[in-house]
Ligand binder design. Structure first.
Ligand code: TXE
Length: 499
């Protein structure tokens, strides 16, 4: 069993305490590796290394084209390791190998590449309009890295979410300390090893494995950290924001969701039924933008539900290392208990169970949950309001489109959503009225590296991906060059002189 170490200042090192913990495969419940349990002192060492590298300008002062060359070497090396990374990611997160090898790792690498290419093209110099009051001056904005960024990553898509933080932070010239989730720390350490091999200067990327309350809180509170990029639950996001407030850190948060899928009465059901199921059951529902509330019009309700119930039966649970398996377990025993608890609440609150509703009896090992569909759920029910983060879909009947949009927007979250209709202009009009950061028309989950991703309301602050996401990793400095070269032209000095 591989024993991993922390990655600090360009070297793999043990934690100060020497304590390690196993990483468990959620499909087999067996340990697959061990990682250090870092303490605050380890987090501080990593922050100091990042600070030193940033202040030395070994990376931040490098020409962006040189930074891009090194990061593109990382991309090439990651591509050559794609299969190996897909296997590790599947084993640590419980995602199927079908998903990690066909989607998460290759697309995560492509997103990394796209963000590096996009960042390279963001100009450091932004001219401002001519200013001649109170006298002629030349003004421009210098776009600069922020400094030391903390990247806090959850367990649902560890490689991809890490790529969304590391690539923009580094191409824009920052140094970073990355804290993966305790459940899924391995691909972060693999990325660090690859980056070091490709010539990334020491201290620019550091990886510290440890708990949120210990390592995560140190990263959020330490005065040497300038920015926090956090993905995780809304509850922890609130804590992160409060901790960052003491030293006025820039904070971007990508948090929970309860995304609506609105099926229109003119939808192509061969796309809409599978789309609604893909929106909820992909990766056992462990996407923050998952479409867990499906709004179906009364006029096609029975037909839609009959097709939906039939199609759920085609989702195959089982060995995550088998390419035929299409749905894996949830990430941990704690998450299993949480999801089963919500299913119980759904039953108690009177929702009608269409299928699923528990652990699959045919699988004796692993934290699996059957794909579960509830119907006749009021939008006020707990299972329609709270993020479950498991394979649970609630179907809600609606009378007219205004009614559907009102219910879709009646949520504290605002991350994603979808509209299914053959009438694309109508679907776009509905999409514009949904108060979320992304809406797909006739699809779901297709996150685009060139488009901003993030939430309205309690789903987050700021954006990841695209130019909007890259700019979150920069500071803007206004430089004013006064063109009045004679003392007599600077009449405003006479506000303090009278001679
Ligand atoms: O999330 P946390 P958890 C939701 C989902 C899930 C629930 C709980 O509903 O059921 O959150 O999962 C680190 N200071 N999402 O407990 O706590 C932690 O170590 C600083 C939605 O895993 O948000 C991990 O690295 N950091 C979500 C990261 O924060 C702290 C993805 C996320 O953990 C910390 C995951 C603290 N005090 C869960 N406490 C999404 N939006 O994609 C924890 N962390």
């Amino acid at each position: 069993m591989k024993k991993y170490q922390l990655f600090i200042d360009g070297k793999f090192v043990d934690s100060e305490s020497g304590e390690c913990r196993p990483v468990i495969n959620p499909a087999t419940e067996e340990p697959i590796a061990t990682v250090p349990v870092a303490q605050k002192g380890d987090a501080k060492r990593a922050i100091e290394a990042a600070r030193k590298s940033f202040d030395s300008r070994s990376w931040s002062g490098m020409d962006v084209r040189e930074r891009a060359k090194i990061l593109m070497r990382v991309v090439d090396k990651l591509r050559s390791r794609q299969e190996e990374l897909a296997t590790i990611e599947s084993a640590e997160s419980g995602a199927t190998i079908r998903m990690t090898s066909m989607m998460e790792i290759p697309i995560g690498i492509e997103h990394f590449k796209a963000l590096v290419e996009l960042g390279e093209r963001i100009p450091a110099y932004e001219p401002l309009p001519w200013i001649d009051m109170p006298a002629v001056s030349w003004n421009f904005v210098n776009r600069e890295p922020i400094g030391v960024c903390a990247g806090i990553v959850p367990w649902n898509l560890p490689f991809m979410i890490m790529a969304w933080k590391v690539a923009p932070a580094l191409i824009m010239g920052n140094s970073m300390v990355l804290k993966p989730s305790t459940d899924t720390p391995l691909t972060a350490l693999e990325l660090a090893a690859t980056a070091a091999e490709c010539g990334l200067p020491p201290g620019v990327l550091n990886v510290v494995t440890g708990s949120g309350p210990v390592v995560g809180e140190e990263l959020c509170a330490n005065p040497m950290v300038d920015k926090i990029a956090f993905t995780g639950s809304t509850q922890t996001g609130k804590r992160v924001m409060k901790l960052g407030a003491d030293t006025i850190k820039k904070v971007t948060l990508e948090l929970g969701g309860k995304s609506p899928t609105i099926i229109c009465d003119d939808a192509d059901l061969s796309i809409a039924v599978d789309g609604a199921l893909f929106g909820t059951f992909f990766h056992a529902g462990q996407f923050c933008e998952s479409g867990t509330r499906c709004f179906v019009p009364a006029s096609i309700y029975d037909t839609f539900m009959a097709q939906l119930a039939e199609r759920v039966g085609h989702i195959k649970l089982g060995d995550t290392a088998d390419y035929e398996t299409t749905m894996g377990p949830v990430v941990s025993k704690a998450q299993l208990a949480r999801v089963l608890g919500y299913i119980e609440t759904g039953r108690k609150e009177g929702a009608r169970l269409v299928c699923g509703g528990g652990r699959p009896p045919e699988l004796s090992k692993g934290w699996f949950v059957q794909p579960t569909v509830f119907e006749e759920v009021p939008n006020s029910a707990t299972i329609a309001r709270e993020e479950i983060f498991g394979p649970v879909l609630t179907v809600i009947r609606y009378k007219n489109v205004d009614d559907a949009i009102a219910m879709a927007n009646d949520s504290v979250y605002g991350l994603g959503g979808a509209v299914f209709s053959r009438d694309v202009p109508k679907a776009i009009t509905i999409a514009k009225r949904i108060r979320t950061g992304t809406v797909w028309v006739n699809d779901f989950h297709l996150v685009n590296a060139l488009a901003p991703f993030g939430g309205y309301k309690q789903s987050g602050v700021g954006r990841e991906l695209g130019p909007h996401g890259l700019l979150e990793y920069t500071q803007v400095k206004h430089i004013h060059v006064d063109l009045g070269l004679q003392r007599s032209q600077k009449f405003w000095y006479d506000y303090i002189f009278n001679d």
